[in-house]
Design a protein around this ligand. Sequence first.
Ligand code: AMP
Ligand code: MG
Length: 334
Amino acid sequence: MKKIGAIIVAVSVSILVFLLVYDAVQIKTATTEFFSMNTFISAKVEGINAAEDIKEIKSTVEELDTRLLSRTADTSLIFKLNQNGEITVDPEFAAQLALLADVSKQSGGAFDFTLGAVSDLWNFGGTPAVPEKKKIADALLHSGIEKLEISETSVKKSDGSLTVDLGASGKGIALDYVKSYLDSGRCEKAVVSVGGSVLLYGKGEFSVGIRNPFGDSSSSIATLKLKGGCISTSGTYEQSFEENGKLYHHILNPETGYPVENGLVSVTVISESGLLSDALSTACFVLGTEDGIKLAESYGAQAIFITADKTVYTCGSIENSLKLTDSDYSFAEG
Ligand code: AMP
Ligand code: MG
């Protein structure tokens, strides 16, 4: 009898241990949605530490905003740079700013993260209105990447009124920080969306919808199959308003200080780097299709340009993995 009792106890203990171990190694899924960096953020993670990963993703993005990127939080380095004219930076942030300056140069100034004074006048984040011409001209005098001195340890403005605005690249930078966190853990797969920038992380294939520039956020015009990476879209629909029957959107031509008018309604860029996908989507939008394609290719990125007349241009061999699902849209000839 004693023997049977011992066997029952041993079997029960084994089952319990198995269940505990099984639970510990089981792949789990966790999701989150929150608001940070002035935008909506969502994340879905698969892995044995999914719940922990989700918490870390949230704190990584929030910390990045308050420590580095925010224009309004007085704790951030960008806020301090705008206020005080000089900041000390770590090598990682210095390298990111140097890469942004490179995109600015390579795009012939089309990408300009010193346009904050002009963006403020348009006030797209608040109650936007067309600013006075003279005010735009004055604000433009206080912009230009050459007025920033970026070294490996510091960033300095030579114009006190210049305002740095990382609105066109911050969301992509956030994806790079999230990716380095995920690389250090045991995440199997993740999709993290920060505004118009999305990180596709892990093994397997991802299917992504390309947003309908004239529809709501759930409507798409094409599906793109990708093995992973970062994908960012700049679109006129993101922030815009109408005044006297004319549409004004938030992507500005640094030469004029007015919204870019080149027939494009959206540009999507795919790159391993979130910083590059985000910065290049804005840069390519400003440059237009022809020069935009050259710029994207020079960084080894892939891109999709959509014009107001619903023509789709691509570069970097992406056409093979892009399937148009809306018959109003067609690929450009040739
Ligand atoms: P995105 O949605 O990534 O294209 O970023 C657009 C945001 O970047 C705008 O809301 C502005 O804050 C800022 N911005 C506007 N025009 C430019 C430009 N030409 N270069 C860099 N940043 C810009
Ligand atoms: Mg961008």
